[in-house]
Design a protein. Sequence first.
Length: 99
Amino acid sequence: MPGDTPSLEVEFLGHRTRISAAPSLLAARTGCPLLPVVATRSPSGTYLVEVHPPHYIAPDQDPAQALRPLLAVFERAVRRWPEQWYPFEEGRLVDLAPR
């Protein structure tokens, strides 16, 4: 990840990758939930916005494990609408280490 931003190693779409730790750390420290939202564009040009239930992270939870339910929401969306997902970083879903 660029700069000194803390990151977490997680599994996403069957690959090990790194994501920012900032949202989970902030949620754990403040008690504020993370709200998974998926927006997709329909063939008619309108948008469908799905707001999923809030997800709370306890201060003593492992951040990477705590994010698993949220990552599952996004994995389902990517599998349902793969043409609407772009990783923004080339090679983003490269396995970090052998399992």
